[in-house]
Design a binder for this molecule. Structure first.
Ligand code: IPE
Ligand code: IPE
Ligand code: MG
Length: 242
């Protein structure tokens, strides 16, 4: 396999990349800044990473922006994160649309403030026909909560027990109809899943970098893709004979 010391790309690009964008708080602390400054720097970075995904041929990018557990953070941080999302939509939507990005939301939208909800819904409607990159924004998302919601809807639809299988549950998740993530990246060095895509990530490859999210750039993404390309995915089987 060629080296990854240059600007080349591996032959195998994962169709679906998911990112746990972690380390904004520590990035800010290292600079003596408030945590929200870290979150703002993190959203600036998001634009660069989305552009790199488009350039590298990734088809689906799922980003973890706010978890169902993050409501437990100090009130001003939670409010700050809500207004940052609103600012991002106001500022970036046109450009995302122009670049062919289809925006989707995964998580509980109905629990966030009505103005923000409306903006998210409008952004989804505006970009619905775009096909270059699907961007799933996990905001007020929890993997366990997603499964609970799916089970509730399955029961509400009167589905008979013997019709419940893995494919049916997959259809009822927020990501229904999309392929599972191939590669899940976590920044800031934490070796945990933190309730992200716990069903869909069953056979994802994981890649963790110590870099804090605001510093995770195009070259780091390229490195992650190279690591992915070198992995042997076995899905519980044995290696193909060489
Ligand atoms: C990730 O950064 C962003 C969110 C969870 C909203 P953190 O805010 O978790 O940053 P650290 O982990 O405290 O450094
Ligand atoms: C996961 O990061 C959630 C997001 C990146 C949005 P956290 O910082 O909330 O996760 P823990 O607390 O380290 O597990
Ligand atoms: Mg964190």
């Amino acid at each position: 396999m060629p080296s990854n010391n240059n600007a080349s790309l591996p032959e195998t690009i994962p169709a679906h990349v998911a990112i746990i964008m972690d380390g904004n708080g520590r990035w800010a602390r290292k600079r003596g800044l408030p945590r929200l400054a870290g979150h703002r720097a993190g959203t600036e970075n998001l634009r660069r990473v989305i552009e790199a995904c488009v350039e590298f041929g990734v088809q689906i990018l799922t980003i973890y922006a706010f978890s169902t557990e993050n409501w437990g953070r100090p009130e001003d941080e939670v409010q700050g994160l809500m207004s940052i999302l609103e600012d991002v939509i106001d500022r970036e939507l046109k450009e995302l649309h122009k670049n062919g990005v289809q925006l989707r939301h995964i998580g509980r939208l109905e629990e966030i403030n009505p103005t923000l909800q409306r903006k998210v819904r409008e952004a989804i409607a505006m970009t619905a026909r775009n096909t270059r990159l699907t961007l799933n924004v996990a905001f007020n998302y929890g993997g366990r909560d997603e499964i609970v919601q799916a089970v509730r809807r399955i029961i509400a639809d009167g589905v008979k027990p013997d019709r419940v299988d893995e494919a049916l549950i997959g259809q009822y998740l927020y990501t229904g109809g999309q392929p599972d993530p191939d590669l899940i990246i976590r920044t800031s060095g934490e070796l945990r899943v933190s309730n992200f895509l716990i069903w869909q990530g069953a056979y994802a490859e994981y890649y963790v970098t110590p870099t804090f999210w605001p510093d995770f750039d195009k070259e780091e993404l390229r490195q992650a893709l190279w690591h992915f390309a070198r992995r042997e995915r076995r899905f519980g089987l044995v290696s193909a004979p060489s």
